[in-house]
Design a protein around this ligand. Structure first.
Ligand code: ARG
Length: 472
C-alpha cells in the first residue's frame, strides 16, 4: 500500500505502479534524501514540533538505513514509488510512530526539490573536477609541444602556421569557460526550498533558515510556489553540460582527423584505439568518435527537460518527475567523455615532423609577405594582390612560396629586398606573432602560465565548494 492510500478504495495495478514510479532513477539520491530528512527532524525537534526522543530515533533509523543501502543489504521494491517514500516507509517499519511523524510540515514537493538541488550541486562539482583533469592533460601536452609548428586552418584550408601547444590551449580555455558555467549552475541550485511544503508554505512554526544552514545551502527560496516548480537549476546544469559536450566533440573531431593517414599528425595510444573485425591493419579512433557521438545525447537531454517544463502550470506537476533521468544521463555521459578525453590527450604521440612538413604546404607565408610590402609603404590591398600573383606563380611551378628566389619576388614588386626571404621562413613567421594570445613561443609560454594559474585557481575554488553529499 502506498503512503498516500488513505482516500482510495482500491489499490493500484502493478503496471501503473511501475509507470508512476521514479525509484529506479531517483534511488541514487538516497544520501541527499536522508541528509534532508535528518536536517528536517533536527529542526522539528528544535522548534518543539516533535520530541527530541522522536528526532533521535528518526536520525538513528535514517543512519542505519543509509548504512544498509551503502552495504547493499537493503533493496527497495517498486511499491516504494520513489526514494522519498521508500525511505520513509522503511524508517517507519524500523522505528514505528516516530518515523510516521517525520513528514510533519513537509511535502514530497519541497522534499524532492531539496534533494535534487543537493544532487545537482554535487554533480556540478564532479563535472568541474573531471574538466580540471582534462585541462591539466591539455596543458601538460601543450608544454611538451611548445615548439611544434603546425598549419593553422580556416575553412579547413591551410591559413597560417601556429604552435601545436597554442592549438591545444584553445581547448583548455573553452573548458575554463565551462567551469564558469558549471559554477553558475551550482549557484543556481544553492537555494533551499525545504519548508515550502506542497505549494503554499505551512501552518507549523518551522525554521527554514536552520534546515537550509544544516544542509549547506547559501539561502532559502523566497516564494513557495516558485520553490516547488523551479527546475531552472537543472536547465542551467544541462546547458553547461551541452556546451561542454560540444567542446569535447570539436576536440574529438580534430583527434579523428589528425589520426588519419592524410594528416598523420598524431597517433593515439593502443589503449585509446580499437581494431576491425575484418581488416587486420585497422587502428580506429573509436573513443574519439564516441565522444563526438555522445554529444547528441547530452544536447538531447537538455532539450528533453526544456520541452518537459514548457507549458507546465504552477506548482508541482508529475511531469517534473522526468527531470532527473535526463540530468543524470547528461552528467554521467559527460563525466565518462571527460575521463576518456583526458587519457586520450595524455597518451597520444605527437608527430612534430609531419606537422612541420604540412605547414610547409599551402602558402602559409602569404600574409607575412603581404605585411612585408605593407610595412614598406605599399597599401595592404595592393600588397595582397602582389602576393596573390606570387601564389599563382607557385601553383604553375608546383612549388611553395619558400621555394621562390629573390628574383622571383622582385619580378613581381621592386619593394622586395633580401630580408623578404626571412618572411618565408615558418619559424620566423611564428616567432613574429608576439601579440598577447598569439602563437609566438614566448606568447604561448605566457599563455601556458596563465592557463596553469587559472587551473590552480579553479581547483581551489572547487575544493572550497565541497560537494556536500556524495553522488552515486
Ligand atoms: N517522485 C516525484 C518526483 O520525482 C516526487 C514528488 C512527488 N510529489 C507528488 N505530489 N506526487 O518528482
Amino acid at each position: 500500500m502506498a503512503l498516500w492510500s488513505g482516500r482510495f478504495e482500491s489499490g493500484q495495478d502493478e503496471f501503473l505502479q511501475r509507470f508512476g514510479a521514479s525509484l529506479p532513477i531517483d534511488q541514487r539520491m538516497y544520501a541527499q534524501d536522508i541528509a534532508g530528512s535528518i536536517a528536517h527532524a533536527h529542526m522539528l525537534a528544535a522548534q518543539g514540533i516533535i520530541s527530541a526522543h522522536d528526532a533521535d530515533a528518526i536520525c538513528e533509523g535514517l543512519a542505519s538505513i543509509q548504512q544498509d543501502i551503502q552495504h547493499g543489504t537493503l533493496a527497495f521494491d517498486i511499491s516504494g514509488e520513489d526514494i522519498h517514500m521508500a525511505i520513509e516507509a522503511e524508517l517507519t517499519r524500523r522505528i514505528g510512530d516516530a518515523g510516521a511523524r517525520l513528514h510533519t510540515a513537509r511535502s514530497r514537493n519541497d522534499q524532492v526539490a531539496t534533494d535534487t538541488r543537493l544532487y545537482a550541486k554535487a554533480l556540478a562539482c564532479k563535472l568541474m573536477e573531471a574538466a580540471l583533469d582534462l585541462r591539466r592533460a591539455l596543458i601538460e601536452q601543450a608544454q611538451r609541444s611548445d615548439q611544434v609548428i603546425m598549419p593553422g586552418y580556416t575553412h579547413m584550408q591551410h591559413a597560417q602556421p601556429v604552435i601545436f601547444a597554442h592549438h591545444l590551449l584553445a581547448y583548455s580555455w573553452m573548458l575554463a569557460r565551462d567551469h564558469e558555467r558549471l559554477l553558475a549552475a551550482y549557484r543556481a541550485a544553492d537555494t533551499c526550498p525545504l519548508g515550502s511544503a506542497a505549494l503554499a508554505g505551512t501552518t507549523w512554526p518551522i525554521d527554514r533558515g536552520a534546515t537550509a544552514h544544516e544542509l549547506g545551502f547559501a539561502a532559502c527560496t523566497e516564494n513557495s510556489l516558485d520553490a516547488v516548480s523551479d527546475r531552472d537549476f537543472l536547465l542551467d546544469l544541462l546547458h553547461a553540460c551541452s556546451v561542454m559536450a560540444v567542446h569535447l566533440s570539436r576536440l574529438a573531431e580534430e583527434i579523428v582527423l589528425w589520426s588519419t593517414a592524410e594528416f598523420g599528425f598524431i597517433t593515439l595510444s593502443d589503449a585509446y584505439s580499437t581494431g576491425s573485425s575484418i581488416m587486420p591493419q585497422k587502428k580506429n579512433p573509436d573513443f574519439a568518435e564516441l565522444i563526438r557521438g555522445k554529444t547528441g545525447r547530452v544536447v538531447g537531454d537538455m532539450v528533453s527537460l526544456l520541452v518537459t517544463l514548457k507549458g507546465l502550470p504552477l506548482a508541482y506537476n508529475k511531469d517534473m518527475q522526468e527531470d532527473k533521468e535526463c540530468t543524470f544521463d547528461a552528467a554521467d555521459t559527460l563525466i565518462d567523455c571527460l575521463t576518456c578525453a583526458t587519457g586520450m590527450i595524455a597518451t597520444m604521440t605527437v608527430h612534430a615532423d609531419v606537422m612541420r612538413r604540412a605547414a610547409g604546404e599551402g602558402y602559409l607565408a602569404a600574409t607575412d609577405l603581404a605585411d612585408y610590402l605593407a610595412k614598406k609603404g605599399l597599401p595592404f590591398r595592393q600588397a595582397h594582390e602582389v602576393v596573390g600573383h606570387l601564389v599563382l606563380l607557385c601553383e604553375k611551378r608546383g612549388c611553395d612560396l619558400e621555394d621562390l628566389s629573390l628574383d622571383d619576388l622582385q619580378a613581381e614588386c621592386d619593394l622586395f629586398e633580401a630580408d623578404a626571404l626571412r618572411c618565408l621562413d615558418l619559424r620566423s613567421i611564428v616567432d613574429a606573432r608576439t601579440s598577447q594570445g598569439g602563437t609566438a613561443p614566448q606568447a604561448v609560454a605566457q599563455q601556458i602560465a596563465h592557463a596553469t594559474d587559472a587551473l590552480a585557481r579553479d581547483g581551489r575554488l572547487c575544493a572550497d565548494l565541497g560537494s556536500g553529499c556524495c553522488v552515486q
